[in-house]
Design a protein around this ligand. Structure first.
Ligand code: PLP
Length: 233
């Protein structure tokens, strides 16, 4: 069942790449496995998938301990500063950095371990009240500030587009954040690269790819609907 889901997602990614005149290897699929049991992750792992995304530190660390060590884990959820120490050096990429203070804490923990930590700056591209992320207007300043931290390296931008019935409604936002990443590239800021654009979820990843996504984060489309226990809400 999951394998068929994954195949469907893969076919849609390939088709979107083709429409956009892009090569399939420009886009990394992250299987978002939050709330899902290890057996399901293992089933997807067995197809060759090596990028998994989680949004909670505890769950991420638990799963990391129990799954094969060649998985690249992506922290995609809101991150509290007091939990940074548990994931620095363990995850492949932190997608959700939206304040200088958070980047500073990542820098401190990275320095302690003598490593450089790759991060994305999360942008609230639609300016939704309910969402984390820096506003598009303030993003460049934040990137410039973070760029001065020695043990953190900005690799690009991430966004969570609005929840919409028709993915076409998000095309404008994807286009805007792509443009923002081009604007930042053109500033040639030391220690900053814009090679990654993490955007697109189950409802809108095809449009996101057409607009330049290099990472798509797909949960429901692979693992099915999530059931949240009351304690998780
Ligand atoms: C849960 C989550 C996803 C995946 O959402 P789906 O709609 O299930 O594909 C992607 N990105 C982030 C940040 C998430 O929290």
């Amino acid at each position: 069942m999951l394998k068929e889901n994954l195949r469907t997602v893969e076919e849609k990614i390939e088709a979107a790449c083709k429409r956009a005149g892009r090569s399939r290897d420009e886009v990394t699929l992250i299987a978002v496995s939050k709330t899902k049991p290890l057996e399901m992750l293992q089933e997807i792992y067995d197809t060759g998938t090596r990028h998994f995304g989680e949004n909670k530190v505890q769950e991420l660390c638990d799963k990391m301990e129990q799954m094969p060590s060649d998985i690249q884990w992506h922290m995609i959820g809101h991150l509290q500063r007091n939990k940074v120490k548990y994931i620095v050096g363990k995850v492949a990429l932190i997608h959700s950095v939206d304040t200088y203070r958070l980047a500073e804490e990542i820098n401190i923990q990275a320095k302690k371990r003598n490593i450089t930590v790759p991060i994305l700056v999360e942008v609230n591209i639609a300016g939704e009240e309910s969402k984390f992320g820096i506003s598009a207007e303030d993003a460049i300043l934040l990137v410039e500030d973070i760029s001065r931290l020695e043990n953190v390296q900005i690799k690009g931008l991430m966004t969570i587009a609005p929840y919409v019935a028709d993915p076409e409604e998000n095309r404008l936002y994807f286009r805007r954040i792509k443009q923002l990443s081009v604007d930042i590239t053109n500033k040639n800021i030391d220690n900053v690269s814009m090679e990654i654009l993490s955007m697109g979820m189950t409802g809108d990843y095809e449009v996101a790819i057409e607009e330049g996504a290099t990472m798509v984060r797909v949960g429901t489309g692979i693992f099915g609907e999530r059931i949240y226990k009351k304690s998780n809400v």
